[in-house]
Design a binder for this molecule. Structure first.
Ligand code: ATP
Length: 219
C-alpha cells in the first residue's frame, strides 16, 4: 500500500497580534492546497520591520489562543528558540530536514510581503527548499518590482496540481474566497485609541489583549 505524501505549509509573520485575516486565510489556503499541516510561526525579530510592541512569547501566546483547536493549524514557536534575526530560509531548511526531501513544502505569504521577497535573506535558496504561494490582499495591486520578476523568473504555475508535482521551486498566486481587509496595524491603532476590535480577531484573543493591557498606549 502506498502512503500518500504529506503536504506541509508554513505561514510566518509577526502576528502582532494574530487576527481573522491570518486565521481565515490559513484555513482557506489549507483547503485550496489540500495541506495536511500548516505551521504558523511567529518571528521574534522580523528583519525588515520595526520591533513589535509586545514580546515574541506574548505574540506566540495570542497565536495559540487564536488557533485554539482549529484542525490542521499549528502554532509553532520554533523561531523563538533561535538567537539573532528570524530568517524564513532557516526555518524552511529546518522543516525540510524534518519532513524529508520529497514532501511538497509551501511557504505562504500575503501579497504585501511578497512584494519585498527579493530583499529577503537568501531569497533564491527559499525556492530550492519550498514552493511559494502568494495570497492576494485587498488594497494591494502594485506591479512587481524588477528584482522580484528576476527572482521568480519562469517559476510561476497556474494550478495547485502543477505545484504539487514537485516538492519545491514553483510560485502560485491564489485569490481566496474571503479577502479580508484586516491588518495588525489597524488593530493596534484602534486599541491604542481605546476603540473596539470585536470581530477583527477571535474573542478569546481580544479578551487576553484587554486583560493584559497590550497595545493600549500608542508609542
Ligand atoms: P502589520 O499590519 O503589523 O504589518 P499584518 O496584519 O500584515 O501586520 P503579519 O504578521 O505581518 O500581519 O502577516 C503575516 C503574513 O500574513 C504576511 O505574509 C501577510 O501578508 C499575511 N497577512 C496578514 N494579514 C492578511 C490578510 N488580511 N489577508 C491575507 N494575508 C494576510
Amino acid at each position: 500500500m502506498s502512503v500518500a505524501k504529506l503536504k506541509v505549509g508554513m505561514l510566518g509573520g509577526t502576528f502582532d497580534p494574530v487576527h481573522f485575516g491570518h486565521l481565515r486565510s490559513a484555513i482557506e489556503v489549507r483547503e485550496a492546497l489540500g495541506l495536511d499541516r500548516l505551521h504558523m510561526i511567529p518571528a521574534p525579530q522580523p528583519p525588515l520591520r520595526e520591533s513589535p510592541q509586545i514580546s515574541a512569547e506574548q505574540r506566540f501566546e495570542l497565536l495559540k489562543i487564536g488557533i485554539g483547536d482549529t484542525p490542521g493549524l499549528l502554532a509553532d514557536g520554533r523561531e523563538l528558540l533561535r538567537d539573532g534575526p528570524s530568517y524564513s530560509v532557516d526555518t524552511l531548511a529546518e522543516l525540510r530536514r524534518e519532513y524529508g526531501s520529497d514532501v511538497p513544502l509551501i511557504m505562504i505569504i500575503g501579497f504585501d510581503a511578497f512584494l519585498r521577497l527579493a530583499q529577503w535573506h537568501r531569497a533564491d535558496t527559499i525556492f530550492t527548499l519550498a514552493h511559494v504561494v502568494v495570497i492576494a490582499r485587498p488594497g494591494y495591486q502594485t506591479a512587481w518590482p524588477d528584482a522580484l520578476r528576476e527572482l521568480v523568473g519562469d517559476r510561476e504555475v497556474d494550478s495547485n496540481s502543477t505545484l504539487m508535482q514537485s516538492p519545491s521551486g514553483r510560485l502560485l498566486t491564489l485569490t481566496l474566497p474571503s479577502m479580508m481587509a484586516i491588518s495588525a496595524t489597524y488593530i493596534r491603532e484602534r486599541l491604542s485609541r481605546g476603540e473596539s476590535v470585536r470581530y477583527l480577531l477571535p474573542e478569546a484573543v481580544e479578551k487576553a489583549i484587554l486583560q493584559y493591557g497590550f497595545y493600549q498606549t500608542s508609542e
